[in-house]
Design a protein around this ligand. Structure first.
Ligand SMILES: [Mn+2]
Length: 437
């Protein structure tokens, strides 16, 4: 059966189209640089927000009206798979992503949950045979069920830790079965509420040990996906161990995991950590660990994770600049970890939201490529740091000088010329780029 009868396949119609079910800027075939938009953007659909989520919030029940609402249990899970592949085809999505519990209901035991999962995974595998949509990544949900109250890999309870290990083992097997490009670890409750009852060192060591076991098991079964850590601060636990990219990088290096992981960077997590999205992308890129992106945006007026569809063109442009300078995302992609607003409860809103997000990133891609072609930022930065091209600057960069030698240089200096950063001029030029695409 068809679930989205109101929409036929969404196509590119160009910037002047008035068709709400058409792309205005995302043209999958269009070349930007030497690759197509489809190759560069690698959009993914988040199963949880699009097919499992119901628009509920902490103050009220779900509002979403979905054609599968009348079903329950495994019938509901199967209907969602049918709907998902119809949606992927109509929105022309190259990838999708899921947590285990998004696609199949949990049973009373892990054994029962795994049986449910196997049935749905087999159904998904059949659908994938006739679909171009591939699995960008899967993961295990280890934060919703009450057993995860004190964490999963950082739980204070060894039985819970074992349960987490078993869920990851199954997740890796499912990833291999469906040919996932990546496997994500989002440490939903890997952190703590209060130091008064917490052995922080033990928790972090246990978490690192769990990651090492995952690396070993993936190797054992021949699952060669890229492992990704998804940093997030303060929500849900007060102190998250993977607070931001810099914190998580230190963790990976401390426990010898740095060669096995990259980052899945979410825009809304970046802003909750007090950073911009582009800051987190830059930190990861410069350490060679930019793996994939959860493409969304937060509401800067609110202090929690709102997972809105990305529509801010400044942000998508600066994000695509980082991604292009990274040489693309490799096996990663732009997964819309984003949900329609609670008030956008009609089924067709799922299309409007994804079209808005895909067009916003297509604009960002075009503008970022143009700025790179013009060496826009590179020229500004070269000029700003040009004193480091002098003999003195080169000695500093190459660690060929000393405090004594630098003192000798500085001691009688007068009239040092410190120049304006001109950030307003740069933003005005960026506006021109945005308006001239
Ligand atoms: Mn989020």
């Amino acid at each position: 059966m068809a679930y989205f009868n109101e929409v036929t396949k969404v196509k590119y119609e160009g910037r002047h189209s008035n068709n709400p079910f058409a792309f205005k800027f995302y043209n999958p075939e269009e070349k930007v640089g030497d690759k197509t938009m489809e190759q560069l953007l690698r959009f993914g659909i988040a199963y949880w927000h699009t097919f499992t989520g119901d628009g509920g919030d902490p103050f009220g029940a779900g509002t979403a009206k979905r054609p599968w609402d009348h079903l329950k249990g495994m019938d509901l899970a199967k209907a969602r798979v049918e709907a998902a592949f119809e949606f992927f085809e109509k929105i022309d999505a190259p990838f999708f992503c899921f947590h285990d519990v998004d696609i199949a209901p949990e049973g009373d035991t892990l054994r029962e949950s795994n049986q449910n999962l196997d049935e749905i995974v087999s159904m998904i595998k059949d659908y994938m045979k006739d679909s171009k949509t591939k699995l960008l990544w899967n993961t295990a949900n280890m934060f919703t069920n009450p057993r995860w109250t004190h964490g999963a890999g950082t739980s204070s309870n060894a039985d819970v830790y074992a349960y987490a290990a078993a869920k990851i083992k199954k997740g890796l097997e499912v990833g291999k079965e469906l040919g996932a490009e990546n496997y994500v670890f989002w440490g939903g409750r890997e952190g703590y509420e209060s130091l008064l009852n917490t052995d922080m060192k033990l928790e972090q060591q246990n978490l690192a040990n769990l990651y090492h076991m995952a690396i070993d098991y993936a190797k054992e079964i021949g699952f060669d996906a890229q492992f990704l850590i998804e940093p997030k601060p303060k929500e849900p636990t007060t102190h998250q161990y993977d607070f931001d990219v810099a914190t998580a990088t230190a963790f990976l290096y401390q426990y010898g995991l740095q060669d096995h992981f990259k980052f899945n960077i979410e825009a809304n997590h970046a802003t909750l950590a007090g950073h911009t999205f582009e800051h987190e992308l830059r930190v990861a890129r410069e350490s060679g660990m930019l793996g994939s992106v959860d493409a969304n945006q937060g509401d800067l007026l609110l202090g929690w994770d709102t997972d809105e569809f990305p529509t801010d063109l400044y942000t998508t442009t600066l994000a695509m600049y980082e991604i292009l300078k990274n040489g693309g995302l490799g096996r990663g992609g732009l997964n819309f970890d984003a949900k329609v607003r609670r008030g956008s409860f009609e089924t067709e809103d799922l299309f409007h939201a994804h079209i808005a997000g895909m067009d916003a990133f297509a604009i960002g891609l075009r503008v970022a490529q143009k700025m790179i072609d013009d060496k826009f930022f590179e020229t500004i930065v070269d000029e700003r740091y040009k004193t480091f091209q002098s003999d003195l600057g080169q000695k500093i960069i190459n660690r060929q000088t000393s405090l004594k030698e630098l003192e000798a240089h500085a001691i009688d200096l007068k009239d040092i010329e410190v120049r304006s950063g001109q950030v307003e001029k740069i933003k005005a030029r960026m506006n021109q780029y945005l308006l001239n695409i």
